[in-house]
Design a protein around this ligand. Sequence first.
Ligand SMILES: C[S@@+](CC[C@H](N)C(=O)[O-])C[C@H]1O[C@@H](n2cnc3c(N)ncnc32)[C@H](O)[C@@H]1O
Ligand code: SF4
Length: 422
Amino acid sequence: MVTFKEKALTFFGVKRKRQKNISLAANGNIPLPFHINIELTTACNYSCQYCAVTASSYRASKIKKAEAFKIIDDLAAMAYSAGVIQLSGHGESTILPWFEELIIHIRQKMPHISLCFHTNGSYLDKLAKTIVEQKVNNISISVDGGNSEVFDKIRGKGSFEQLVNGLTLLHQYKMEQNVGKPHLCFVATLMKTNIFELDKIIELAHRFNVNQVITQPLTPYLELGTEAFTLSSLDQQERARAYDAVSQAKQLAETKGIELQILNEDPFNEPETEWNLAIEKQEREAENQTNDTDNARSTNGAEHSAASKTENETGGTASSTSNTQENPTSSSIANKQYRLCSDPWKIMYINAKGGFDTCCFRHDDVTETLKDYSLNEIWYNSVGLNKVRNDLRQGHLDEVCAGCTVRTASDHPPEIPETWTQ
Ligand SMILES: C[S@@+](CC[C@H](N)C(=O)[O-])C[C@H]1O[C@@H](n2cnc3c(N)ncnc32)[C@H](O)[C@@H]1O
Ligand code: SF4
């Protein structure tokens, strides 16, 4: 058993315990992360048609208020000041009654941090004033339709009106204060239901001075039957129409001065259902392992959180944290040994269970949690996280990394700088 809790060291002002049997040298340099993603909750006030949250087997978790505030205090103590803090994950962070307080706390502790979050837009009207006053830098808003008909069908009745109210108030406060922040970005998950709506989404962006629209592919979930929503399920004729719709939307975006980014380059390059099954398989295996370890631990009388045994989150979000790397096409994935992915060195994903994810698709590599270890310890010494880093460096890709549709396949490993500047 690895004695992860040996001697306490002080590192960046945070208590750090020495870990045995792990060779950090094998991983080369591990920079301080640039991007901290904190998933405050996996619960949501919406039940979107295609989202894992809607599945009956879904169990939500949330970070306790005190834990969330401590994460911020620990980051501030690490002298973490030059990067990005993003509050987002599987659920809807803005539903937490202390969300606004947390925004204010982050600004107090780290005045220069770039503060961002991802939202379904349902609470933007209530939060608009604080968002503008606290100089939130970026908000990604899920916008899957440009009118209530399509939007409400996907996200629920009244959701479009709620979004428009929020956008209106945000715009109003920005005008009153004469500020450009927050920068807004619309994120559309493309599927059969909305591929022919892309132009309307662009029009909506234009109406609210939003100059960036990103589209991402749908990750199908068998339990929700959402493979039937994928673009790949369109027939030949509709497929040709869909390509036309995308190129028209590109032209429209250009004339309106809006950056339209197709995250997977070709909208028809969608993740396979089998790929998602590979993720689910990994999650089940990790859960079984956790349960085995838990049983052993409880026999030994060691502490254990009962909650983690009962929580069974399905799947991962296809939403990807912004990254400058380019995206692969289906043909480029074949026969490439490496993937140009720097996420495990660049982005610290803290999940709603107080654990760490490796990226938005890999949820079970890191077994250490913030209950037992500091942020520093996990970032530098987690066995699972370091294994994925090594595998990426050596081109030993498992099913999940090998099937990833958002990071470029390559003949050489990713290059990791000593320090991130962006
Ligand atoms: C899980 S949501 C969480 C944030 C917030 N609740 C929202 O809807 O924006 C993050 C992003 O994942 C997207 N998403 C959810 N389920 C997805 C799926 N099956 N495939 C692709 N994207 C998905 C959402 O549309 C959203 O843009
Ligand atoms: S996509 Fe977002 S808003 Fe919709 S159910 Fe999932 S977490 Fe909630």
